[in-house]
Design a protein around this ligand. Structure first.
Ligand SMILES: [Zn+2]
Length: 152
């Protein structure tokens, strides 16, 4: 079976422009991996390679969506430094999308958060609790450093 097909077999795609999860193995860091010719390769890198080009040495694939299991190439990008994402929580099969407390906000939610913070409807801490994200994430969102652009 071709690598492309084996990869596609394990991708758990979600509707719209949501993250594509991974139904295969993960490495110690929680990244999706696929066994290719006896070696575990990062599935997100394989997806990138099949869609665009191999990730050359010295370049790193980063998850713009903040979800290291995501293999959706639209959510990936190349960078000169490895990404530093927080370790994912221990995986529970029923945690997906909005049900995951660590899920990132949709563009509409981010917009709502910004609006409510601007209206003085809560501190960054309180709004963060309500939206299930950290205070520093709230800080970045209200400062407009996130969700501006193509991922919202
Ligand atoms: Zn994603």
């Amino acid at each position: 079976m071709e690598v492309e097909d084996r990869l596609a077999d394990r991708v758990l795609s979600s509707p719209g422009d949501g993250c594509s999860g991974w139904g295969g193995k993960r490495n110690a860091e929680g990244y999706p991996v696929l066994l290719v010719e006896g070696v575990f390769r990062r599935a997100d890198e394989l997806a990138w390679e099949l869609a665009f080009e191999p990730v050359v040495p010295g370049m790193y694939l980063i998850h713009q969506c903040g979800n290291r299991e995501c293999v959706r190439v639209e959510h990936l990008n190349l960078a000169e430094e490895p990404e530093r994402l927080p370790r994912p929580p221990r995986r529970r099969p029923d945690m997906a999308g909005a049900a995951n407390p660590r899920a990132r906000l949709t563009g509409a939610q981010a917009e709502e958060l910004r609006r409510r913070y601007a209206a003085g409807e809560g501190t960054q801490e309180a709004l963060g609790r309500e939206f299930g994200i950290t205070k520093s994430a709230v800080c970045r969102i209200v400062a407009g450093q996130r969700y501006r652009g193509d991922l919202g």
